[in-house]
Write a new protein. Sequence first.
Length: 248
Amino acid sequence: MEPRAAVAFTGGKDSVLALHVVSAEFRSTCKTDPQISKFMDSVQALNPVVLVSFRPLDQKDDFKAHSQQWTQSISESLGIPLVVKGISNEPSYEECYRNAVRELARDYRVTKLVTGDIEDVGEGFMDRAISESGVELVRPLWKLPRIQVLDMLSQLEIKYVVTLTRLDKLPRPISEKLLGHSITKEYLLEQFDWHDSHFQSMDLRNTVDLAGEYGEMHSMVTDCPLYKLRVVFEEADSRVYDTKYGSY
């Protein structure tokens, strides 16, 4: 019997890809490129029993990139329950995360926490937060080349749209080409080249993380093999949000 796992989940492409990579249920029926199959075989198969969304308690508005309603709809389509854990700095963010993970271990008997992290953008935060929780951190996408991530999304037929971009990384002309659009590797690189040929070149292919790991872009998944129903989103007007982290 595969170990029981919780999946840190937003509904974005990386968390959904990580779920597919570790899912024993999916891997038992998946037929894909031999190179991807070899990679998936190198990752321990798990039994994901709960999705967990970590959200700041002081968040006044819903996440602009990952609507809680959309994340809940994805949970229902996957047939895996979603638990929302409120996070604050009391007593500290690390301790709050640790307590939330301990609660997951107690309530759902999980021994692993799966994340879609590719890089250590939090300077070791998750490693520290998970320590002494009794739960092991699993990062199946860790340090993967971005082209490999995009190829896996395509091969596994995980379809996603861009929901938020960071304007200092992706100026408005390219952001407008990406927002709300279904993304493939080919489309993404094509739009980067279009921008650099029509505006001052930013060498986007080499200066932007193609998976958006540094906040350049965020996404939500509309369809994938594990969905029982396709998730449809309502189109919204694009708008600019000015935050302490920058303009989006």
